[in-house]
Design a protein around this ligand. Structure first.
Ligand code: FRU
Length: 719
């Protein structure tokens, strides 16, 4: 018999479902932008005009994987609620089905002074003066898969990438391609062979020189080309920039814009923001920034923002540089087990054959011995931690250390770990490249303690090897790049034209090419990050790019659903809140101070048995914010090795023991984004919880956490 109450419940549920059937599929982001259906990648043509934020995006009108690239289009008045508009620029296919032109990434500007001549008369004002439209001009890469001759006579090679423009006189609804396209047919002659790797123009109006400036990428050369123009049609090459910092991958989607330091309008600096893929901070796609100056023709990086990978940090002590290539590991005081027993560092002459790059000197530790089949460990002698950082060069396959499987039959790690008191307190795996890059661990929390390093390769799968070199101890970290987001899912970030310098809004593609086309969502694939506001802030004497979600996002916050303060949160886990799965979208704000414990945080999308959980917190000893998605849900959509998806992501953020730390976490149906109070770190990560459970738990590990306050707001759906 069905009771009255359950009848009401069923009715409510059914009613709720009816009302909200739009955008409620499994994993459908509730407060992030997604197309209704089909594949999306990079945000394009972000421009604010006539009260509207335009969002164009890389879009496949025909399917849920990459292809037929076109520019999708949406608008918003608040960066939160979006209205879908018709496709702006649609991929061109000839009568035989050959794709002639795809519209790759680019930018948009409003040509208020009609420098392009694309404006049209709209009528006359009261004095009889003709009023003209303000054309919106899109500047994009024409990617031509098929050789052909265009109707304007331009001969196109197969695979060519050129820069083109199109204009709209109805605020982006309909577009006309310029008859003189492409406006930059090929890269400068010294890079003629890069005709098929020349893309992603970002254009802006530079008032001091009264010119349009374009920055475009020679993706495989890690070089940005800077051009100028009076009319958006004729472009002159002014300068080039790069390679710098993260460079073992393709440089894509660059942009260049000014920001004020600490809000001081007299202290302007310029920032390059760009994607690199592969070669991102985790593996696959990543986003880096470089701060510098721009004089209208040339960008010069601040020396403090670029790093020379051939130099060790000032004042560093070399712990091991593996230069004794004639010695075994044992002779160096290390212990090697398994297939590595009796062996030692390898010589340049050997490893160069394998295309290993970026190591220093002649010797390097590698587990690529007899191929990927070699298994075993290589352990350093014990040492006392004396300095704040351990930095090293590393490369290899992405097989992260997973505490749940380490030492078991399921262990597949290929990583280097720092062991203190019998615990692995830091670990680093490769980023799926053969080129060594700098990584640093903050070890301030263990100064005075005995420690050792262990390279573990228990994997014989593809890419199952690690290269390590130049292990140094120092007071300052040595990192490959200024990563703009330390998570795996923030790429091709682009900023809005048409807003004041103090309102630099950025949107990133919340995905990673390493697995993007496999994520388990349908009928759409890929979401954008929440829009974020960028600024420059001086933190610990260094100017940094900081970011926070745009304030208009608060229009989606519900009233506080949970709020509590703990003078001292005891060691262990406490379940604090259990929303329905439907309501598993929220903003969690944590404020806390170090107690006797070593870690503090929150567990989201957790089930009763903890077999599913996304763990986010702060490590007081390792001095980092972390996101752990090893058990976040589905990762079976990746069916190859190394699986680039599972992982534990850290963002180093040194604090003093008395500091109150603030973290803001945005949880949506298939993502988490984490920001600290100053905006100095961001970690963006997709998650695909399989279990409907949505328990929220707080935890303190190894002791208490003091002055904890937690508050949770629900997030209304933006759809
Ligand atoms: C970056 C990217 C761009 C290119 C676009 C094609 O994700 O590879 O370089 O313009 O995607 O869709």
């Amino acid at each position: 018999m069905v009771s009255v109450t359950s009848c009401v419940l069923i009715a409510l549920f059914a009613f709720g479902h009816l009302v909200r059937s739009y955008y409620t599929e499994e994993y459908r982001p509730q407060f992030h932008f997604t197309p209704e259906k089909n594949w999306m990648n990079d945000p394009n043509g972000l421009v604010y005009h006539n009260g509207k934020y335009h969002l164009f995006y890389q879009y496949n009108p025909n399917g849920t994987t990459w292809g037929y690239m076109s520019w999708g289009h949406a608008v918003s008045t608040d960066l939160v609620h979006w209205k879908h508009l018709p496709i702006a620029l649609e991929c061109e296919v000839d009568s035989n089905g050959n794709v002639l032109e795809m519209f790759f990434s680019g930018s948009a500007v409003v040509d208020a002074n009609n420098t392009s001549g694309f404006a049209i008369p709209l009528g006359k004002d009261r004095r009889g003066k003709v009023i003209y439209s303000q054309p919106m001009v899109a500047i994009y890469t024409s990617n031509y898969p098929t050789a052909h001759t265009q109707s304007n006579g331009v001969v196109i090679q197969e695979g060519q990438q050129s820069q083109s423009i199109a204009f709209s006189n109805d605020d982006g609804l309909t577009w006309t391609q310029y008859e003189g396209n492409p406006v930059i047919e090929s890269p400068p002659s010294e890079y003629a062979d890069q005709y098929n790797q020349f893309r992603d123009p970002f254009v802006f109006w530079h008032s001091p020189s009264s010119k349009w400036i374009m920055v475009a990428s020679l993706a495989m050369k890690q070089i940005l080309l800077i051009y100028s123009s009076d009319n958006l049609k004729n472009w002159a090459l002014e300068s080039q920039f790069g390679p710098y910092n993260a460079r073992f991958g393709q440089w894509e989607c660059p942009s260049l814009f000014p920001l004020y330091v600490d809000g001081n309008t007299a202290a302007e600096k310029w920032v390059i923001l760009m994607g690199i893929n592969p070669g991102g901070v985790i593996t696959g796609s990543g986003t880096q920034t470089i701060i510098g100056s721009f004089n209208g023709t040339t960008f010069v990086a601040d020396p403090t923002d670029v790093t020379d990978p051939t130099q060790i940090p000032a004042g560093a002590t070399v712990f091991q540089d593996f230069e004794s290539t004639s010695s075994t590991f044992e002779e160096l005081g290390w212990t090697a087990t398994g297939d590595f027993a009796g062996l030692g560092p390898q010589q340049a002459s050997t490893v160069d054959v394998w295309n290993i790059m970026g190591y220093l000197g002649k010797g390097v530790l590698t587990t690529y011995l007899f191929g990927d089949v070699a298994k075993g460990t290589i352990t350093s002698p014990k040492f006392t931690v004396t300095k704040k950082y351990i930095s090293f060069l590393i490369a290899g396959g992405y097989y992260p250390y997973n505490p749940a499987t380490a030492g078991t039959g399921d262990d597949n790690q290929v990583s280097i770990g720092l062991v203190v008191g019998g615990q692995v307190v830091h670990s680093q795996t490769g980023t799926d490249t053969e080129s060594l890059v700098w990584r640093s661990w903050n070890v301030a929390g263990w100064v005075g303690k005995e420690a050792y390093l262990v390279v573990t390769d228990v994997n014989t799968g593809p890419f199952a090897h690690l290269h390590v070199d130049e292990i140094v101890f120092s007071d300052t970290p040595k990192d490959e790049a200024n990563w703009n987001d330390l998570g795996p899912d923030y790429y091709a970030a682009a900023t809005y034209n048409g807003l004041p310098t103090s309102e630099r809004i950025v949107i990133g593609w919340m995905n990673n090419w390493a697995y993007a086309q496999n994520i388990p969502t349908t009928p759409w694939r890929s979401a954008m990050s929440v829009p974020r506001k960028l600024a420059l802030k001086t933190i610990n004497n260094k100017v940094r790019v900081v970011q926070q979600p745009v304030s208009s996002l608060s229009s989606l916050y519900t009233s506080t659903l949970y709020s509590r303060k703990f003078t001292a949160l005891q060691s262990g886990y406490s379940k604090i809140y259990v929303p329905s799965p439907y309501n598993a979208r929220m903003k969690v704000t944590l404020r806390f101070t170090r107690g006797t414990g070593t870690k503090f945080g929150v567990v989201l999308r957790s089930n009763a048995t903890n077999s599913q959980e996304t763990v986010i917190g702060y490590d007081f000893l390792g001095q980092n914010v972390f996101v752990d998605r090893f058990k976040a849900g589905d990762n079976s959509f990746v069916d190859w090795e190394p699986n680039p998806y599972p992982g534990y992501f850290i963002a180093t953020m040194p604090t003093k023991s008395t500091d109150a730390i603030t973290l803001t976490i945005l949880l949506d149906w298939s993502s988490v984004e984490v920001f600290d109070g100053l905006g100095q770190i961001a970690i963006t990560s997709q998650i695909f919880p399989l279990d409907d459970s949505a328990q929220v738990k707080l935890f303190s590990e190894g002791g208490t956490t003091r002055s904890v306050s937690v508050s949770i707001n629900g997030m209304k759906s933006a759809w």
